[in-house]
Design a protein around this ligand. Structure first.
Ligand code: SAM
Length: 250
């Protein structure tokens, strides 16, 4: 099994593959002011196994295209949609988020939780805009500095991992530069990281290691995840996920 297969095997059983929670998805929905009875077309980009897609499908009168480049995650999403009785409103698309083929102006809403960093926030918000109707909404969570100053070691870590990390004011400036009106921002609370994402992942480590005969690669992945968790626990005052809600200028 290669490293990507291992990553998929560890994360596929998770309710979600990144920080977030149903209450915060709903909070973003309310900030965006989406009418729950209006018929809307949504793309959930980097959807994983569907934590946000399935909640949006239950709360809204929406047709949702759930996009991820990992078919394994989409297969789980489809099973979950069937079980929840929302499969008729959800379709999946295995595609990279920088090669989307929606028509110009096709979407009312673009949703993306914990995923836009894969191509970079600026490239994502600039590239996806054409798919939105004038006045359409973008809701995206993005790694964000929560303080103006931080320890040099932490700065060095993120400069290596994701140099586009920045403060909320800088992210909002990027939205404005690319033709959006920012209409809301909040920070995901700690429980979105610890209770919803990291603790359930840690609870899967033993089974995961057993499944892979405690191979060096499997132990390496667990160690990398533990390191990421420790970094969050130590430095959570300085970074987190910001949730950005913005409207495409008409
Ligand atoms: C941190 S996970 C978040 C998943 C989900 N939104 C959630 O919050 O549970 C990031 C997701 O982006 C997907 N992804 C990474 N790079 C991608 C790309 N270039 N195109 C499409 N999806 C991608 C991964 O497969 C993964 O499902």
């Amino acid at each position: 099994m290669d490293d990507l297969d291992l990553l998929v095997d560890l994360h596929k059983p998770g309710h979600r593959q990144g920080p977030g929670a149903d209450a915060e998805t709903e909070r973003a929905l309310d900030l965006a002011g989406i009418d729950r009875s209006a018929s809307v077309k949504i793309a959930d980009i980097g959807c994983g196994t569907g934590a946000s897609t399935l909640l949006l499908a239950r709360l809204l009168n929406a047709r949702i295209t759930a996009v991820d480049f990992l078919q394994d995650f989409l297969d789980v999403l489809e099973e979950r949609a069937e079980k929840l009785g929302v499969a008729d409103r959800v379709s999946t698309l295995a595609c990279s988020m920088d090669e989307l083929s929606f028509a110009d102006g096709e979407l009312d809403v673009i949703w993306s939780e914990g995923a836009i960093y894969n191509i970079g926030f600026e490239k994502g918000v600039a590239g996806w805009k054409r798919f939105l109707k004038p006045g359409g909404l973008l809701v995206a969570s993005e790694i964000t500095w929560l303080t103006d100053r931080r320890p040099a070691e932490l700065q060095g870590h993120w400069d290596r991992e994701y140099p586009e990390i920045d403060t909320a004011s800088a992210k909002i400036r990027v939205l404005e530069k690319h033709g959006y009106t920012p209409i809301g921002y909040f920070v995901l609370p700690e429980h979105c990281w610890l209770d919803e994402y990291y603790r359930p992942m840690q609870a899967r480590f033993d089974d995961f290691l057993e499944r892979h005969g405690h191979s060096a690669e499997a132990r390496g992945l667990v160690a990398a995840e533990q390191k990421e968790i420790a970094l969050y626990e130590t430095c959570k005052a300085h970074f987190g996920y910001g949730v950005y809600v913005a409207r495409k200028v008409a």
